[in-house]
Each structure stands twice: as C-alpha cells, then as structure tokens.
Write a protein of this length. Structure first.
Length: 408
C-alpha cells in the first residue's frame, strides 16, 4: 500500500532561535570592546601577480578558446588526483551534468546527500532522476552510507556523494554498497581539491568525480569545472557531451552542449595549481590549530575526518550545542562578528527543506534527523592559506569570550 505523502512544510527555525539574547557589557554587540578592531579575513581570493600574467599571456596570444592551457590543467589534475582522464568544463554544475548524463537514465532513483550544496541534487533532477535523500553522519557530516543502504529502492541505479567541506566520504563503504547493488558512483569533489583517501587521490575512485573552480574554491579560477574518470569509453562520452557531440568539425555524433572552459581560465588554473599543495598544507595546519581551540571550549565540537582520509579543508566547520548556551547559533555568530571574527553558515537548511525539491520529500525531512539538527548547529570559521598568528589569536580570544558570555 502506498504511503500518503506528508504535506511539505516551509522551513522554520527551531524554537530556540527565538531566545532573547541577554545583555552582556563584556561583548562588543552590547557595547563592549571587541577583541580585534582589524578583524580576520574570512577567505583569501586575491590573484597573485603570476596568475594575472598567465591570463594576460593568453589574451595577447589571441587563442582564447579551450586549448593548450586547458589541456595542461587536465593533465596535471588527472595526475595529482589519481585519475586517468580529466575534462575541463564551464563550471562545477556543468561538470555534474556531464557526469550524470551517461551514468543514469531519466526515471532512475539516485541516492543523494540531504546535507550538501544544491547542485549535487539539482542536476540529478535536471537529468530526470528521482533523488532519494540520505542523512549525514553527525561527526564528519558526510553522507551516511548505512542510511543509504536502508533507503535503497528497486529503481536505485546510482549514488551521488559529496566530499563535503574538503573531507572525503567513507569511500570504501560507498564502493561496497555500489558493488552489492550494481550502482554507478559519482563523487562531487567541488570542495575537495587534493584531498586523499587511504593514500590515493580521490580521482582514483568511483565512475566519475566532479570539481568546481569557482572563485572561492581552494583552486579558484573565477568559474570553471572538471570531470575526472578512469574509463576510456566514459571519458569519450563526456568529451562529446561537452562540445555538441562533435567528433570532427561540423560532424556531430550525438546531441551535446557547449560546456567548454576557455584558455584564460585554464591559464589561471595552471598558475594557481603551482601553489595549491603548499596552500593546502597551510589549511591543514590551520585546521589543526582550530581543533585544539574548539575542542577545549565546552559546548563546541570540532569537525571529524573520515578514517583513512585527508581533508583539504575548503571550510572549517565547527558545531554549537544549543543546549549548552543561552543563545542560538546565529546569535553566537553575530557576537563573533562583533568581536572581529566573521563566520558563515554552510548550510542554513538541509536540501530536504528546499522548495525546489518539495515534490520528492514525503516526510517533511523527518527521515534525515541529523541534517535537520546540523542546520541549527554548524558555522564556518575563517579558513585560508594566509591566516597569521595574530588572526588565530583573535579567533581564539573571540571564541572563548563569546562562549563564556553565553554558556548556560
């Protein structure tokens, strides 16, 4: 017997978000003195002079379309990620569409994370697939493969798993589930350049891996994306889809798209790639410093990393236990901002609460309880390769000051 669908309710904050914020003269938001007037930059997106010179060289060459610099970027990232093939494209969303189209068909059920950026799921829907939302793990915040196994249907043909915040998912568990049920596997690595799993680049796993080079990503070109894979036939199919199904000039084997990158973007990517390993190491060092601070503050939890994985720390996501404070997460973050520490929330609601997916959600999000909680708990601290000792001191002083002021 079919189960009646539960009406889709608009997302509303928890009741705790309406708590009145107590006046505390020690905090900047209540008239106190902030721990830093200069503040801490949340991210570092500025181009280096060599990046600008690389772009100018392409402009002067007149060869603006995808050519040698895109090819160089493909070869280098394939090597660094452990993949056989790499195909640049216009952006990370196009990368997902290029990966999804050959790997499952309209009408197929696809296991997707309830806790991720919207593109991971929106391109499943654009392909005509039916997203089956899978909950997150409470410690790593990655997709819960045990929950995915429970939510398998007779029509499930694929799983799309995000390496979220820079941290790989439990790839062994995903691949075991896929092998058992003959699923295709697509990993969304938009936030996870240079992350590794059990000593290998994440491009070595799954049917396809997609990347984004958006302006705020660890490897940022402004816009841009990439698909990597290890299957020759799939790589050929993705290349055809990327450029109108063209096998030679004006000969089109199939219908495709215009999802190519350009060589200006490719040149910036190649230039920034020269520094990516060193910058990733600095992010990892910054995360270790944050771990020590966050773990020492009652009511806050540092992010866990999947066993066997090395995170690239695109974002550093701490969690606040609302029961331990007289303020909400948002109020806690407002207080940090007043002290000179900007934060961000990734994400303010799970994907099961996005109106765009309401027709696929039959329980109002109740089957994804961890995701329902995370949206009221998580916040991102400043994370980039240019953080200084002074920045870390500001963050630590502000975190301790705000936590002490609002702890129950």
């Amino acid at each position: 017997m079919a189960t009646a669908a539960v009406p889709f309710a608009p997302f509303a904050p928890s009741a705790s978000s309406h708590k009145a914020l107590p006046s505390n003269p020690k905090l900047a938001i209540n008239g106190g003195t902030p721990v830093s007037k200069a503040g801490v930059p949340f991210m570092q997106t500025a181009l280096a002079e060599q990046d600008i010179e690389a772009a100018v060289a392409v402009l002067r060459s007149g060869m603006l379309r995808a050519w040698k610099k895109c090819e160089e970027l493909e070869q280098r990232i394939a090597h660094m990620s452990g993949a056989k093939h790499a195909m640049t494209c216009a952006n990370g969303t196009c990368a997902l569409q290029l990966a999804y189209e050959p790997l499952f068909a309209p009408g197929d059920d696809v296991l997707v994370p309830a806790w991720s950026y919207i593109a991971t799921v929106s391109m499943v829907v654009a392909r005509g697939g039916n997203p089956i939302f899978v909950d997150a793990l409470p410690d790593t915040m990655q997709i819960d493969v045990a929950d995915a196994a429970r939510k398998m249907t007779p029509k499930t043909r694929a799983i799309a798993a995000t390496h979220l915040y820079g941290c790989p998912v439990d790839i062994d568990a995903v691949q075991a589930l896929a092998a058992k049920h003959k699923l295709r596997v697509i990993y969304d690595a938009a936030q996870s350049h240079l992350a590794t799993y059990k000593g290998k680049g994440i491009g070595a796993f799954g049917d396809a891996v997609t990347y984004s080079f958006y302006a705020t990503k660890n490897l940022a070109t402004g816009e841009g994306g990439m698909v990597t894979c290890n299957d020759d036939a799939l790589a050929r199919q993705i290349r055809l889809l990327r450029s109108h199904g063209e096998t030679e000039k004006y000969i089109h084997e199939q219908v495709g798209y215009n999802y190519r990158m350009n060589d200006i973007t490719g040149a910036i990517g190649c230039s920034r790639l020269d520094r990516l390993e060193a910058e990733t190491n600095k992010r990892q060092d910054a995360a270790a410093r944050y771990d020590r601070v966050v773990s020492s503050i009652a009511g806050l939890t540092a992010p866990a990393t999947t066993p066997g994985a090395t995170s690239a720390f695109h974002l550093y996501i701490a969690r606040l236990d609302p029961a331990r404070f007289v303020c909400t997460r948002d109020q806690f973050c407002d207080a940090l901002k007043a002290e000179g520490v900007p934060t961000a929330v990734h994400y303010p609601r799970p994907l099961t609460r996005q109106p765009a997916f309401s027709r696929f959600v039959k329980d109002g999000g109740a089957s994804n309880p961890v995701s329902e909680k995370l949206c009221h708990q998580v916040f991102a601290l400043p994370m980039h390769h240019a953080l200084t000792d002074e920045h870390f001191k500001t963050v630590e002083d502000a975190m301790r000051k705000v936590a002490d002021a609002y702890r129950v």
